[in-house]
Design a binder for this molecule. Structure first.
Ligand SMILES: Nc1nc2c(c(=O)[nH]1)N[C@H]1C(S)=C(S)[C@@H](COP(=O)(O)O)O[C@H]1N2
Ligand SMILES: [Mo]
Length: 299
């Protein structure tokens, strides 16, 4: 597995946003002098990350309520220790993998990604995490596997939003196997070098940067390798509005709103009409996954 963005960043080196910014300026300076080699953290050129405050207080995590501030208010009740992920289906080594056991086997890297919600707002988030491909390889993907299904933790006592039938619970998502194995696809375990907050999907959540945010399922407890396309929560709730692929695509509008532009959270005066990029700007890396596919039919 090619770790194109591998770095040696340790959590202890980046304890808060101010320090992170400071370090980033130093790195930028070194890069300018040509002193940063292959081991340095990759920086997405020109991306200014959102603040910790923005990233952790404007959330969608419907298990804790549908208002943007509900997850920060309510997710504290979620039990995340102990945590394990059941990996099953078409794998050689099915089982319940303890979170610590997973972390022991993974290389955590920093990835600064654009994040585009289907509601047409966006952020830039400095995730820490590991490639999903490495986790799947840990379990041993069998040759018959074609898709990966994901499931979020469900505890109705801890999750007030699940008392309402907004979605069918637990929240479920899915990817095609080649999407899941793509090096841009990560399981995020941190933001700004700190543990990922509960409202953002602690202790580990999927991040697929070229798809609408709802594909990036939070607080994952189960990953199942399958031979057929798995059901997904938003598609079940409204198949006309939310397809399985949900690649960011400015040319395919949502039935109730345009997807041509987006509002950058925290972007100030001119943040409202940012043009949305095909595949959220990751086309060079991922367009080939969809060669020959009609992206209007497969929305
Ligand atoms: N389990 C679960 N995962 C989820 C959601 C959710 O409601 N429940 N919301 C999705 C949506 S619509 C978005 S935009 C992102 C938001 O992630 P963030 O709050 O970390 O920005 O999480 C996605 N993952
Ligand atoms: Mo979203």
């Amino acid at each position: 597995m090619a770790h194109r963005w591998k770095n040696n960043l340790r959590d202890s080196e980046v304890t808060d946003e101010a320090l992170w910014m400071n370090r980033r300026q130093i790195m930028g300076g070194l890069a300018g002098l040509g002193l940063v080699g292959a081991g340095a953290p990759a920086r997405a050129e020109g991306l200014e990350p959102n603040s910790w405050k923005e990233i952790t207080s404007y959330n969608n995590f419907y298990e804790f309520g549908t208002a943007k501030g509900d997850p920060e208010k309510n997710a504290g009740a979620m039990t995340i220790d102990p945590w394990s992920v059941r990996i099953d289906g078409l794998v050689d080594r099915p089982g319940d993998y303890a979170f610590d056991q997973i972390m022991d086997g993974m290389t955590v890297e920093e990835r600064i990604y654009r994040f585009r919600c289907v509601e047409a707002w966006s952020m830039v988030i400095p995730w820490n995490g590991f490639e999903l491909a490495d986790l799947l390889e840990m379990a041993g993907v069998q040759s018959g596997a074609k898709y990966v299904a994901f499931e979020t933790y469900l505890n109705r006592e801890e999750m007030p939003g699940t008392r309402f039938p907004v979605l069918e619970w637990p929240y479920v998502e899915g990817l095609r196997l080649d999407e899941a194995m793509h090096p841009l696809t990560i399981m995020a375990t941190g933001i700004y070098g700190r543990d990922i907050p509960k409202q953002n999907g602690a202790p580990l959540r999927l991040v697929v940067p070229w798809k609408y945010g709802f594909k990036s399922i939070k607080s994952v407890v189960r990953i199942t390798l399958t031979d057929s396309e798995p059901p997904t929560s938003w598609n079940k709730a409204n198949p006309r509005e939310y397809g399985f692929y949900s690649n960011v695509n400015p040319e395919v509008d949502h039935p109730r709103w345009s997807q041509a532009s987006e509002r950058r959270i925290g972007g100030g005066l001119f943040a409202d009409n940012q043009p949305t990029l095909m595949f959220n700007g990751y086309g060079d890396e991922v367009a080939a996954l969809y060669d020959g596919m009609d992206l209007r039919a497969n929305f």
